[in-house]
Design a protein around this ligand. Structure first.
Ligand SMILES: *Cc1c(COP(=O)(O)O)cnc(C)c1O
Length: 351
């Protein structure tokens, strides 16, 4: 760190993403990417002509993609905010609404405390129950921002739309942001609540269910005044934060919805089979509504399980904090990858 850095940034700790090895020799089950490629229409959407057009700026309003997402959600373009992945969306949400507070669970997406710190939010952490479930009754009288991943990461558990409605009702002085990164794998969306609550934002990403983690597209759905706030901040930061090719491919992605629905179903089937196989081995697996499983590593322990799997060229994620250290989080890959994973776990348990 240099002595020139703004004093308020000197104590920041940056988010550490899951490992991204440069060689593709690993079975990579550590960052919840899709094992499947984008739809053929998305691949076909980019051609030499599109690349030649890169000399021109991208559309700063992202109107084509907004219109398609508005049509898909039954809303208007003024209800949609497009971002460079949903991390970018989350950053703007914290920038906009966390002045009076940022409230989130103790075990959830690791980026929330980083953004809270970056934007100097007074932070309130509400612990999950012993079984990692979220008690909505604990969210009372919050100010500023509440952010909830539903389904949650890394647990894979989801809460009901009724529970979210309770939180919205009990916290009229806070913006409630529901991070639906995994909703397409079996969770219930909070989108229907937008008609009734002006303090709700629903954050989505193309990274997981749309096989587009490297393409960097996310979006927020919300009532127009909130979306206008976020647009003001985005255009005060980088109005061209979405590149031309991402917009073209993003529009093709929305058009190819049925391809992705099918892939999500396939991943859910593989997930349930993998969970059953792990339970057969005597391991405790949390019920997942996501494209990953949170698995208690038994007597082996979370860290050793992670290291032993890595030795066998399988990457999973281990979170060393007190409440999560006995677990590993494993992304659902192809059926063949998951068979290799389960066989490796069996071997490690027998060592
Ligand atoms: C993966 C993830 C995101 C962010 O993903 P992007 O690639 O930035 O869209 C956001 N929230 C949760 C809970 C995630 O797991």
């Amino acid at each position: 760190m240099s002595r020139y850095l703004r004093s308020s940034y000197q104590t920041l700790t940056a988010y550490v993403p899951g490992e991204q090895p440069r060689d593709l020799a690993y079975i990579k089950l550590n960052t919840n990417e899709s094992p499947y490629p984008p739809a053929p229409q998305v691949v076909a959407a980019v051609n030499a002509g599109q690349i030649e057009l890169l000399r021109l700026y991208s559309d700063p309003t992202c109107m084509g993609l907004k219109q398609k997402l508005a049509a898909q959600t039954g809303l208007l373009p003024e209800n949609i905010f497009i971002s460079n992945g949903s991390d970018d969306a989350l950053n703007f949400v914290f920038m906009a609404y966390s002045e009076l507070g940022a409230t989130f669970a103790d075990i959830t997406y690791g980026f929330y405390p980083i953004y809270a710190n970056l934007h100097a939010a007074p932070t309130r952490v509400i612990p999950l129950e012993d079984d990692f479930s979220l008690d909505p009754g604990q969210y009372q009288g919050c100010k500023g921002l509440i952010v909830i991943a539903n389904p949650n990461a890394p647990t894979g558990l989801s809460i009901s739309v009724d529970a979210i409605e309770g939180i919205l009702r009990d916290n009229p002085d806070a913006v409630v942001a529901i991070d639906e990164a995994y909703v397409d794998f079996g969770g219930d969306s909070a989108l229907p609540l937008l008609k009734k609550y002006d303090n709700l934002l629903v954050i989505r990403t193309f990274s997981k269910s749309r096989c587009f983690a490297g393409g960097r597209l996310g979006y927020i759905v919300g009532n127009a005044p909130l979306i206008a706030d976020l647009e003001k901040l985005r255009c005060s930061t980088n109005p061209f934060n979405i590149d031309r090719l991402a917009l073209v491919m993003g529009e093709a992605t929305v058009d190819a919805d049925s391809y992705y629905v099918e892939k999500c179903q396939e991943i859910c089937r593989t997930r349930d089979k993998t969970a059953a196989a792990l339970r057969q081995l005597g391991l405790r697996v949390l019920p997942s509504k996501t494209n990953f499983l949170f698995v208690h590593a038994g007597a082996v322990g979370g860290e050793r399980m992670y290291l032993e799997l890595k030795k066998r060229a399988i990457l999973v994620r281990h979170f060393p904090s007190a409440r999560t250290k006995d677990y590993i989080r494993v992304t659902i890959g192809t059926p063949a990858q998951m068979e290799i994973f389960v066989a490796a776990v069996e071997e490690i348990l027998q060592q």
